[in-house]
Design a protein around this ligand. Structure first.
Ligand code: UD1
Length: 434
């Protein structure tokens, strides 16, 4: 398995280009199931989760120039135009998404809505548990049932049928769910009649999905608020417009934290400032300054780093996907920082690993107290999930000596060219194999 070796105590400098957002790419790839045309993607992040989802579509019978390229070349890092893809789903015949692929990537649940609404039936494996908590999909299932689906859970599979297609309804989510909202938006796009989603998620990735549908001719309103309404096409496939994936706000936030933990002056290009506002606001509270231009941001180092408090919440609140990175940063702030995780009950796996590097953190329920100005010392640590792994990179940047981060396949799921990007910022980083 691959590992990353990182030399600590570096100041960073220079700039980094932010890739397209994985969490926007995934629902938009799933959306191609509703297309009558070839769907063209640009600014697609070349990360394992994106490749996995395209490969799943190909297993179902779709075709993609990207999958052909991977077939011809084992090393995905050297394929031509890795950020552009064309997907055609006209020939999908296999409607079973098997456990082996869902277990690798929970987001494959995003295929449930599109497959069911287009074909009137499908089987999608239940995702099961994951490192950050139970993460059930009950809200997705309940909403599909309200739209007329007959759903049976058997042998670990969601067996869904709606022979005459799905029918629009008023869906009220008990809890805000990002992929749940996306699944229902896509299901509703081909349903009969109008669907209203109340308590919808408002993330920028939801907005991009809705904007693409609107540009493709679907009547959809209210996105960005907590109520979205969609008029379905009654199973008529959609001519989906070209898609350029929005920048990844979590990747941007991670590099900002790299600048912050080393108190360096770095620039990020290809960002949307409003999407990272909760992150830059928190960094301002800690003591950093920023200068913005239209799509880039430069960080001005802090005189000293103040301890902080944060609570994770749905967008536009502070993202849970940035919680681990801020915990690494808190180890270098003056005073005691408090981080409360409100979205996922078990998203603290990084604490043990940060402690191996010398961090002083205590956990009480869903609230972590981090004693700052701790001297971190390099160690062997293990990545446990995608964002926890990036927190370990950040801590390694200031740990004395060379840290080794094992099991970095988690990072490859969501960060494009991670070692090249850190290396461009002046970090001594190398990839090796156990
Ligand atoms: C998405 C993101 C993930 C991010 C998360 C929260 C993608 C591919 N993933 O995950 O990076 O961390 O949003 O911002 O976009 N829940 C239920 N029942 C359900 C669905 C969700 O109880 O049917 C709960 C979850 O356990 C969690 C909360 O709702 O406590 C929010 O989860 P959700 O927004 O659904 O997360 P994902 O869409 O899986």
């Amino acid at each position: 398995m691959d590992y990353l070796a990182i030399e600590g105590s570096n100041k960073l400098s220079g700039s980094v280009n932010i890739s397209g957002a994985k969490n926007s790419a995934l629902p938009l790839i799933a959306l191609s199931i509703l297309a009558k045309n070839d769907v063209r993607f640009s600014n697609l992040p070349n990360v394992v989760d994106v490749q996995t989802l395209i490969k799943i579509l190909v297993m179902l019978g779709a075709s993609s120039n990207m999958a052909d390229k991977w077939e011809q070349n084992n090393n995905i890092n050297i394929i031509e135009n890795p950020n552009e893809a064309i997907i055609n789903t006209n020939n999908i015949t296999n409607l079973k998404v098997i456990y082996d692929v869902v277990r690798k990537m929970r987001a494959s649940i995003l295929l449930l809505g599109p497959l069911l609404t287009r074909f009137g039936k499908c089987q999608v494996s239940l995702p099961g548990g994951c490192a950050i908590g139970a993460r059930p999909v009950d809200l997705h299932i309940k909403a599909m049932q309200q739209m007329g689906a007959d759903i049976e859970i058997k042998n670990g599979y969601i067996n869904a049928t709606a022979t005459k297609g799905l029918v629009g309804n008023h869906i009220i989510f008990d809890k805000i769910t990002v992929t749940g909202t996306e699944n229902i938006i896509m299901a509703a796009a081909l349903a009969k009649g109008k669907t209203i989603i109340t308590n919808a998620a408002k993330e920028p990735e939801i907005i991009q999905l809705c904007e693409i549908l609107k540009q493709s001719g679907v009547e959809i309103e209210g996105y960005g608020s907590d109520e979205i309404s969609i008029k379905g096409t009654d199973r008529e496939l959609i001519d989906i417009c070209d898609i350029s994936i929005i920048p990844d706000r979590i990747e941007a936030g991670t590099y900002l934290c790299a600048g912050a933990i080393t108190n360096s002056n770095i620039t990020l290009n290809n960002i949307i400032p409003s999407h990272i506002e909760s992150i830059t606001d928190k960094l301002k509270e800690i003591g950093f300054g920023f200068s913005f231009s239209e799509n880039s941001i430069s960080m001005i180092p802090a005189k000293s780093l103040k301890a902080f408090e944060l609570i994770t919440a749905e967008y536009p609140g502070f993202p849970t996907d940035m919680q681990a990175q801020f915990m690494a940063l808190a180890t270098q702030c003056n005073g005691v920082s408090v981080i409360e995780e409100r979205l996922f009950e078990n998203r603290f796996m990084h604490i043990n690993e940060l402690q191996r590097l010398g961090a002083n953190i205590t956990l009480d329920g869903n609230s972590a107290k981090i004693n700052g100005v701790t001297k971190l010392i390099a160690a062997d640590v293990m990545a446990t999930d995608l964002r926890a792994s990036s927190a370990l990179i950040l801590a390694s940047l200031v740990a004395d000596g060379e840290s080794i981060i094992h099991r970095i396949y988690h990072l490859d799921r969501g960060y494009e060219q991670i070692e090249q990007k850190f290396s461009n910022l002046g970090v001594k980083i190398r990839r090796g194999r156990d």
